[in-house]
Design a binder for this molecule. Structure first.
Ligand code: DQA
Length: 147
């Protein structure tokens, strides 16, 4: 465990942010979100490891690796929120504070998006705040983790 590093994970299709259904997900790109998270986290003395993957196993691997050198995890598991016991299990296994972020309010959308396996293992869930949700997640972890 490293005191001052956060893992930021974005799941499948979030690499397309900015062009993907902007009426739902907005115009901000993933590099812009990652940069904003890193800049804000630095104000609190954290560095950020940003990972995006379209592959469930790669996300499990990134979460497992965080156990060794991260203090907390911010994750938008995207569609895997609704399907992946494996990602939820990995998040439980690492025993780090987890903030689950969704750009959209999944509870206002199709019924299949209303359940997230990750919510059961997340300390905090932020949905519907757009890209600002990631910044709220940084602020939460900065206040939650030891100074
Ligand atoms: C999402 C919501 C998910 O239901 C969807 O599959 C995504 C993005 C969000 O950020 O709003 O890919 O996680």
């Amino acid at each position: 465990m490293t005191d001052r590093r956060l893992l930021l994970v974005n799941g499948p299709n979030l690499n397309l942010l900015g062009t993907r259904q902007p009426e739902i997900y907005g115009a901000t790109t993933l590099p812009e979100i990652e940069q904003a998270v890193s800049t804000l986290a630095a104000e609190f003395g954290f560095e950020v490891r940003a990972v995006q993957s379209n592959h469930e196993g790669a996300i499990v691997d990134a979460v497992q690796a965080a156990r060794a050198d991260c203090a907390g995890i911010i994750i938008n598991p995207a569609a895997y929120s609704h399907t992946s016991v494996a990602i939820a299990d990995a998040l439980s296994a690492v025993e780090l504070p987890v903030v689950e972020v969704h750009l959209s309010n999944i509870h206002r959308r199709e019924a299949f998006r209303h359940h997230s396996y990750v919510s059961a293992v997340a300390e905090t869930v932020i949905a519907g705040a757009g890209p600002a949700g990631y910044e709220y997640a940084v602020r939460y972890l900065a206040s939650r983790l030891p100074k």
